[in-house]
Design a protein around this ligand. Structure first.
Ligand SMILES: NC(=O)c1ccc[n+]([C@@H]2O[C@H](COP(=O)([O-])OP(=O)(O)OC[C@H]3O[C@@H](n4cnc5c(N)ncnc54)[C@H](O)[C@@H]3O)[C@@H](O)[C@H]2O)c1
Length: 272
């Protein structure tokens, strides 16, 4: 990929910081846009966004509220949608035609629904029906629709549906060593932080087709030691399994990411 100047929002956050590290490591120039840091940029402020975008070739939009806990739904909705709108609209006005957006696996609705909505079918892929009832998932659907809008105007937009972004130690702490029921709603899945950031950098490559894409981004395995089929039959017996599963295989299908951006999850917490 040619050397680019890439605007990264949420650059001081968990994902954004890793994206910046990888981009700088690959010889790109990074423009940080975050509420914190030496030159803060509030993405709610359209003019500040426009100023910070000057000279950028592409955007990776990671700023936002990453969890609906401890925030009023209206504020969550306002922050996640307006920050995304300002990023896309101001980038479009400046002629930037490549955008990567942080969507979420929470868009399937199981993670944050007030009452459990269950998962009827696995593996989950980009064609899985969106059945969410919670505001956080709604903000991610709005983010994807906004991306689609700007793709129709000529921007290459990749919205990445990240599963829970964790380091290997965090997988052990939050999934492997926790009671299995705790992560039933998430189907015991995760994506490694470095792999999630790599999906962002790969999405910057120009594509001749599929100007707009949403991609499931998850590990090839679960965060558990038990065979996945056993976990499903014990903890989610009503979920229909549509594929043969071996060992600790993940219940998320990432074939589309492999085909479109040549991303596969290459590491596992088990060997770290
Ligand atoms: N962490 C996960 O497991 C996970 C999973 C799926 C999707 N995502 C999505 O990925 C993105 C990044 O998540 P994260 O875990 O790095 O979150 P994070 O909370 O670590 O980082 C978010 C960053 O956005 C910045 N920010 C928030 N509002 C801003 C504003 N108005 N202007 C400028 N900057 C602002 C914050 O200062 C922070 O540095 C989010 O959109 C989140 O919804 C995260």
């Amino acid at each position: 990929m040619r050397q680019m100047r890439i605007w990264v929002s949420g650059a001081r956050g968990k994902l954004g910081a890793e994206v910046c590290r990888q981009l700088i490591g690959a010889g790109h120039e990074v423009i940080e846009a975050d509420l914190t840091g030496p030159e803060p940029v509030d993405l709610m402020d359209r003019e500040a966004v426009a100023r910070s975008l000057r000279g950028a070739d592409a955007i990776v939009h990671c700023a936002g509220i990453a969890s609906p806990e401890n925030i009023e739904p209206v504020r969550l909705f306002e922050l996640n949608t307006i920050t995304t709108f300002n990023a896309l609209e101001e980038a479009w006005k400046q002629g930037i035609r490549t955008a990567v957006l942080a969507s979420s696996g929470s868009i399937y609705g199981t993670a944050w629904s007030p009452d459990e909505i269950g998962t009827p079918d696995v593996p989950i892929d980009e064609n899985t029906e969106l059945r969410y009832v919670d505001p956080y998932a709604l903000t991610k659907d709005v983010l994807e629709r906004m991306g689609q809008t700007y793709a129709r105007r000529g921007v290459q937009v990749t919205a990445l549906r990240f599963h829970w972004i964790l380091t290997p130690d965090e997988v052990r702490r939050y999934i492997a060593d926790a009671p299995p029921e705790d992560n039933r709603r998430n189907l015991w899945g995760y994506v490694d932080l470095g792999e999630a950031a790599r999906a962002c950098t790969l999405s910057l490559q120009p594509r001749p087709h599929n100007r707009f894409a949403t991609l499931v981004i998850a590990a090839e395995d679960t965060g558990r030691y038990e065979p996945t089929a056993d976990l499903l039959s014990h903890y989610s017996p009503n979920t229909k399994l549509h594929t043969a599963l071996t060992g600790t295989a993940s219940l998320f299908n990432t074939r589309q990411a492999a085909n479109l951006i040549h991303w596969t999850h290459q590491s596992t917490w088990r060997t770290h």
